[in-house]
Design a protein around this ligand. Structure first.
Ligand code: SAH
Length: 398
């Protein structure tokens, strides 16, 4: 069986051969006459040499996402099973699954499975199909997950905006296999425990990518008055309180997130009354703190991605500077700033410069003492910079 053929413009095969998994529409010279959207195609260069095999979506600005560069490799059940098995093995090698039972089991392109996200929460698995091509493979993917992960249930959370540019107009959620997950799933992360709302929570229920940063923050928290901005379900708050912070204030706009944050403090036998959870816009809250001269010894800033496109980058940089400036302004001398950015477009150097400008604007000195990227279960292949999105800096403010 042969696959329909996509032919690239001259020289445009180089990046793909190097390992980038996306064929942009601007790189395509010839589209196949008859190829089913979402089906498998072969990519050739101008000399009709095989470049890669992947799934096809002519409606997308990325008409092909590469699955393999081996012309002998069929894209079938065995292929998906092998990739998912390989992804699982990586987690088992790098994560202590005895103390941590929630992790990203498949991280899309960076695990050779473009458009597929699989998060493990204790005995349950939550999946997202981001693209038409991966959506088409849902049945063998679910079968492979059952085989490799053996979960009690597999739940879908494909309520993601990324499906829209793929021409997908459905955002399916619901049970795919096994048993329905409970309203809240209890997970363990290091020595902390959390309730995860896999059915209604943000993304698939928990921000697993910050696991190592939460642990690092715990080590700085002892005796400090901590402000956790954009707290969601209290991830950093629980770690800071476990690290013996004198008080942790959690701020988020979402009441549902804060209800969960309170439950998570209680789950860890921490006094939820001693650690207030406040529903507010972080920008307003920081402004009010400054005006009232309310100060902290540690401020954590983990906002959602302000920038999703290259065009929006300039505005986003300004927002990051202003936000971090406000955070620095409410820190006491020798206070600790923990500042994260999950915008792919803001790279490591740019974020470092953002913090420089924020400190300068606040007329304070900021010494970076530590910096981290996303957790080990969110690998980033060197040839796919888009997969490297999270930065987290720890600094001391004078
Ligand atoms: N640090 C968290 C994840 C943060 S996700 C963790 O470790 O789990 C970002 C959060 O910011 C979301 O919960 C969202 O509700 C909240 N949010 C977005 N904009 C906000 C704003 N302007 N003010 C307060 N919270 C905001």
């Amino acid at each position: 069986m042969t696959y329909p053929e996509v032919v690239l413009k001259a020289g445009r095969e180089r990046r793909i051969l190097e390992g980038h998994p996306w064929v942009f529409s601007g790189a395509v010279a010839e589209y196949p006459a008859a190829a089913e959207p979402g089906g498998i195609v072969d990519v050739f260069d101008q000399d009709r040499k095989f470049v890669a095999r992947g799934y096809y979506n002519p409606a997308s600005s990325i008409p092909v996402r590469v699955l393999t560069r081996d012309p002998e490799q069929r894209v079938d059940r065995a292929f998906l099973l092998a990739r998912i098995r390989q992804a699982h093995a990586l987690r088992r090698a790098w994560l202590d699954t005895k103390v941590t039972n929630a992790y990203r089991a498949v991280h899309g392109e960076s695990d050779g499975l473009p458009g597929l996200i699989v998060d493990r929460y204790a005995d349950f698995v939550v999946v997202q199909f981001h693209t038409l091509g991966m959506d088409r493979l849902r049945e063998p993917v679910v079968e492979a997950l059952q085989q490799v992960a053996g979960p009690t249930g597999i739940y879908e959370r494909s309520d993601v905006g990324t499906r829209r540019p793929e021409g997908l107009e459905t955002f399916p959620t619901g049970l795919l296999a096994g048993e329905q997950p409970p309203g809240l799933i209890e997970i363990r992360e290091h020595r902390a425990r959390f309730w995860v709302d896999a059915r209604q929570g943000q993304k698939t229920g928990f921000y697993l990518d910050q696991r190592e940063n939460r642990l690092a923050a715990q080590a700085f928290a002892r005796g400090r008055e901590v402000l956790n901005c954009f707290s969601y379900s209290g991830g950093f708050s629980v770690y800071a309180a476990r690290g013996k912070a004198s008080q942790v204030v959690s701020v988020d706009v979402s009441e549902a997130a804060l209800d969960l944050a309170r439950s998570n403090l209680e789950l860890n036998r921490l006094d939820a009354d001693a650690h207030p959870c406040i529903a507010a816009n972080v920008f307003d809250y920081l402004k009010a703190c400054k005006a009232e001269k309310r100060r902290f010894d540690m401020v954590i800033v983990d906002p959602p991605a302000f920038v999703k496109t290259r065009e929006a980058l300039t505005q986003a940089v300004r927002t990051y500077i202003s936000l971090n400036r406000k955070a620095i302004e409410v820190l006491r001398p020798d206070g600790v700033l923990v500042s994260a950015s999950c915008s792919t477009q803001v790279n490591y150097e740019t974020f470092f410069t953002i913090l420089k400008h924020a400190a300068t604007a606040a007329r304070r000195e900021l010494r970076i003492v530590k910096s981290h990227l996303q957790a080990v279960d969110h690998p980033a292949v060197t040839t796919f910079p888009e997969g490297r999105y999270l930065k987290c800096f720890f600094g001391v403010v004078r």
